[in-house]
Design a protein around this ligand. Sequence first.
Ligand code: FAD
Length: 398
Amino acid sequence: MAEVQEWDVIVVGAGPGGSMAAREAAKAGLDVLMIEKRQEIGAPVRCGEGIAKVWLDEVGIAKDPGWISHEVKGARIVAPDGKSVDLTEAQAGNETGYVVHRDRFDRTLAEQAVRAGAKTLLKCAATAVLKDGKGAVVGVRAKHWDTELELRAPLVVAADGYESQVGRWAGIDTKLAPRDINTCLQYELVGIDIDPDFNEFHLGMQAPGGYIWIFNKSDDSANVGIGVNLSMISGRAAVKGYLDKFIARHPNLAKGQNVETVAGAVSVCFPIESTTADGIVLVGDAGRMVDPITGGGVVNAVKSGMVAGKVAKECHDASDFSRAFLQRYEKGWRELCEEQLIRNYVAKEKLITLSDDIFNKVIDALQGYRIERVTTMEILRMVQARYPEVVKELESLL
Ligand code: FAD
């Protein structure tokens, strides 16, 4: 017989999305249980660990040397032929500013949730959703060590990451085509020569449909990783060959030693149609909110989690957990994140078709310019002046 518990909100998954949902709902006075299938929050790490700095204050996360590993000034975009342009931190998007210790970062967010009043259960995996007679989700079945639990709540926040099953169990379509998946591999290399001020993004067919990143963890160590589009490689195993070849071609990296291997995947899809059903919302990676160009998802997980936590309170006050009422969650997270997701999806669809020659020409045309001073139109004019045929290729990106 399963042990039955009653809560206001069950959060499945203690990543950044789950912890922020739990924090906001608990802060609003709700009884929140956050369950996590792993025995330790944040570990093992599955992340390049790059995040921007600017958004942290907005979401109430205090900058803490405990989880900041390294700080950079900007991003270096490197063409296949080795030429590069530097972007400032502000231009470089959601993944450049700090390189963090993701395990400690996630733990800090979970601690915030706990301090707000949320309860946690580790080594507790959701195994099914509970539904009422009308098909509304009313909790989850879970296994905590050897104990079967029936965790009942009128609202479930599915924050169970890229491999999310909770949404699917609830009947929400989160399926991804191979073209909507980037498969990733990363080594943390120590004892390497890098420019500590710039994270690097290497473009072109050395990482088909994606890119290779060097995210600096210190002056002589970095996460060196690759994301490639699943539709453009022979199988997931091929990703290792691409990364190893890249490192072998760069003696400054090849001299280092790997102290941690990370493998995983991110969605690079158009925003999914629905992230809600009766009694359930999907946040972060579970709701496919990853940036289709960069593969970064921490910021959107945090933001959508916060919206979910706040909407949980509104549902509670109105005693309404229907999909219709939860449209305020759809609206809330889409207002914060969707425009950029759509824009970057369209751009990604174009970028994965560009040849090395085009990347080389674009970066070449920008040599000698201070990019931070110019607008997109000016950049295009520079490219037009040198390589008019390339601007035609890029038209749809505009
Ligand atoms: P997650 O952080 O994945 O958390 C989900 C949690 O749910 C996990 O702890 C999991 O154990 C738990 N869980 C799953 N199923 C269950 C279950 N049934 N029951 C209980 N618990 C469950 N993003 C960036 O912003 N910057 C980067 O540099 C970056 N680099 C990346 C590099 C790689 C190789 C990969 C794979 C991803 C990278 N990302 C990056 C993406 C980023 O890691 C995710 O977007 C982010 O972790 C999403 O947070 P989340 O809370 O939605 O999900």
